[in-house]
Design a binder for this molecule. Structure first.
Ligand code: XMP
Length: 507
């Protein structure tokens, strides 16, 4: 059993970052809501209390079940977590008149194993409304800044630590060192590596699935591919993959992805259902209706194929950790902006048990596992592509002609991004078929044809994004090529909107 750290989440926007930083030091960790009652066993080596948008001074403050005063393992409180320790330990926390946000520098440091290797003047990232004025008795202050007397404090004997700033954020330049120090105080040896994850997961999958059969839908994306290769390592030919062509894939995608899967040794049933999808979508313009139809049709096609397999009892899925973490709701249940986070469920009548080999991994970890499994870099580092594919990039109703125009334009844009060296500088890129026609001239003739929009964004997680500032020469190259080669297009535009307030996709 791996050593692990438990992170109690009080709703901070940075909680997942804490987990990623811990794992960067090859230590496994789990995020639980603040109210989680920790049952300690040998594997749990430390507890981290996260930050929070709440204040310990407010009536709606969040208090954990976990009692840090009686913790059998070291505890690190970050921001709200530190204020909680200060307040519950008998120290003093004050509401500040303004929120301190941004960079600060540590001005005084006293020796403390948590701060080992952190230099005077070290830059840290602050984001807090309350300040710790007095630390509990028998605790000592271990760092300050110009503006706050208590930037860090500790109880060395009990191994309880509090820090007011956020070591998990990159702007805290020695934050990773502080996390590493805490892990070493906890006695963590760094026993969690891609290879150990693969070996363990393969063994567990074998035990869990036995001689049963698993069916899995593949999308050509990173998560489902890595999950399938792991399953295939574990159970070989008992895994049956289904790859559906919904007619809305990129140019040549159906063929290329099959070649990739073949090289990875996956047994794939490729189903060309493009006619069915296009038929179901005929005349439909509403984006949400299109999404629902694509989701429903996928399930029907998948269901039909899965039934042909006979005795299948498991459904494999490429779910990853951010989809699983039960987030602490700050403003109540989040409003659905687009329905895609809710699609993908299979009908209950299929009665399959779910197996999700990646459910404890973050995206970058999935890529590392993929690399270790021998999956090609080009597959692991490709741009995200939405499930409904070009269906939500053709504004208005979908026809075969529009799909083929968009596939051609998209292919030119993506290939140019690759050949000119911009593909990996951009987080996601694609083209959009606009529902307008415009006047143009070609030779001596007036034309009245379609407009294609280029969309390229930089981002880290798709939640926020900026439009990619691609050079004018490059855009001009792409525009010329599309207008010259793609019949039916006489105008190309470039989207310069960031998210928010725009979104990455147009629908
Ligand atoms: P938006 O447009 O919401 O997109 O800024 C954020 C990310 O989500 C992808 N996206 C989808 N993915 N089904 C998916 O699987 C969908 O319906 C869908 N809509 C948007 C989008 O491509 C971007 O990566």
């Amino acid at each position: 059993m791996h050593q692990k750290i438990i992170i109690l989440d009080f709703g901070s926007q940075y909680t997942q970052l804490i987990a990623r930083r811990v794992r960067e030091h090859h230590v496994f960790c789990e995020i639980h809501p603040f109210s989680h009652n920790i049952t300690f066993d040998e594997s749990i080596k430390g507890v981290i209390l996260s930050g929070s948008p709440f204040s310990v001074k407010e009536e709606n403050a969040l208090f954990p079940e976990f009692n840090w005063k009686e913790s059998p393992v070291p505890v690190l409180g970050i921001c709200y977590g530190a204020q909680l320790i200060a307040q519950q330990g008998g120290g003093e926390v004050h509401r500040s008149t303004h929120r301190e946000y941004g960079r600060a520098n540590l001005t005084t440091l006293s020796s403390c194993p948590l701060m080992q290797g952190v230099g005077m003047g070290s830059q840290v990232w602050m984001s807090h409304g309350d300040s710790i004025i007095r630390v509990p008795e028998s605790f000592q202050i271990t760092a300050s800044t110009d503006t706050i007397p208590v930037a860090a404090f500790s109880h060395l004997q009990d191994k309880i630590f509090g820090i007011q700033f956020h070591p998990e954020v990159y702007h805290s330049t020695e934050g990773s060192q502080i996390i590493a120090n805490f892990l070493s105080i906890c006695g963590c040896s760094g026993d969690w590596t891609p290879l150990s994850f693969i070996e363990e997961t393969v063994t567990q999958l074998r035990e869990k699935i036995g001689t049963d059969h698993v069916v899995m839908g593949l999308s050509g994306g990173v998560d489902s591919t890595v999950a399938a290769v792991l399953l295939s390592r574990a159970i070989g030919s008992q895994l049956h993959c289904i790859f559906v062509d919904n007619g809305l894939l990129r140019k040549n995608e159906f063929r290329d992805v099959q070649v990739n899967y073949d090289q990875l040794g996956l047994h794939v049933i490729a189903v060309d259902a493009s006619q069915i999808f296009l038929h179901e979508l005929k005349g439909i313009s509403d984006p949400e209706k299109k999404r629902k139809i694509i989701g429903k049709t996928f399930i029907e096609v998948f269901d039909t194929e899965a039934h042909k397999l006979g005795d299948v009892t498991w459904l494999g899925q490429g779910t990853i950790y951010p989809d699983v973490i039960e987030s602490v709701s700050v403003k109540g249940p989040s409003v659905t902006i687009k329905s895609h986070h809710n699609v993908g469920g299979l009908p209950a009548h299929m009665k399959l048990s779910i197996v999700e080999p990646l459910r404890m991994l973050f995206k970058d970890e999935v890529r590392k596992i993929g690399l270790e499994l021998g999956i090609s870099d080009s597959l692991l580092n490709r741009h995200p592509f939405p499930g409904p594919g070009l269906g939500i990039r053709i504004l208005g109703d979908i026809t075969l002609e529009k799909v083929s125009i968009l596939q051609h334009a998209d292919d030119i844009f993506i290939n140019r991004l690759k050949s000119e060296g911009y593909y990996h500088q951009v987080w996601q890129a694609g083209t959009i078929f606009l529902p307008v026609q415009s006047v143009g001239v070609m030779g001596d003739e007036r034309t009245y044809e379609n407009v294609i929009c280029l969309r390229a964004v930089t981002s880290t997680d798709g939640m926020t994004a900026d439009w990619a500032h691609l050079p004018h020469e490059f855009l001009s190259l792409v525009s010329n090529e599309i207008i010259n080669k793609v019949k039916g297009v006489n105008r190309v535009v470039f989207d310069i909107s960031s998210k928010p307030p725009a979104t990455i996709e147009w629908e």
